[in-house]
Design a binder for this molecule. Structure first.
Ligand code: SF4
Ligand code: SF4
Length: 183
């Protein structure tokens, strides 16, 4: 999260703004209108989500409580441009423990959908999405991988259903066009 705050300050500095986040109060309203987004209004910032988060244990750059708080403050640009919203592993450990019943994993999905909508997708995420739509996996399974699997006694992986992936690509291009456009 230190990196994230630094990022916010750098953006503000580049825009010649004071060292504060410029609030956009319509942002919270937009998030609340999304499916599962409305539960965010019940968050009282207790921090249980951050304390429970498996990703937060490994990087100080990811703090779900801080992200949700910045959403409530209206930090639209800083949140949607951040890499941190893509770090959530959707494990739902935090959601199981949230005393207010907030579905934090789904809230991160809301933020990701909005980041796609406003074309703030990091190139690494575009690249992953493109590999999945092209190969059905995040990387190509070549002969070397198959041999390794055989040595480990694992079955051969099924080949990608190209017809299905073609249909899926069309749907993604229709619903999330910014996910597939290059930078
Ligand atoms: S655990 Fe729930 S109420 Fe507490 S900060 Fe996280 S989302 Fe908010
Ligand atoms: S769902 Fe996301 S935010 Fe919640 S504990 Fe898992 S990785 Fe952390």
């Amino acid at each position: 999260m230190i990196e994230f705050v630094t990022f916010v300050l750098e953006v503000n500095s580049a825009l010649d703004l004071p060292d504060k986040i410029r609030p956009d109060h319509s942002f919270m309203e937009e998030v609340l209108k999304e499916p599962e987004g409305e539960k965010l209004r019940y968050c009282f910032n207790c921090g249980t989500c951050t304390a429970s988060c498996v990703v937060s244990w490994h990087t100080e750059n990811y703090r779900p409580r801080m992200i949700l708080h910045l959403v409530s403050l209206g930090a639209r640009e800083a949140i949607l441009k951040s890499k941190e919203i893509w770090l959530c592993a959707t494990c739902n450990t935090c959601g199981e423990r949230c005393p207010q019943g907030v579905n934090i994993a789904e809230a991160m999905n809301v933020l990701r959908r909005l980041a796609i909508k406003y074309n703030y997708v990091p190139s690494s995420i575009r690249s992953l999405a493109s590999s999945i739509l092209k190969l059905g996996r995040i990387y190509e399974v070549d002969d070397f991988v198959e041999e390794e699997r055989q040595d480990l006694g694992l079955p051969t992986l099924a080949s990608t259903d190209k017809k299905f992936m073609g249909k899926l690509t069309k749907k993604v291009a229709l619903k999330l066009p910014n996910l597939l456009t290059s930078d």
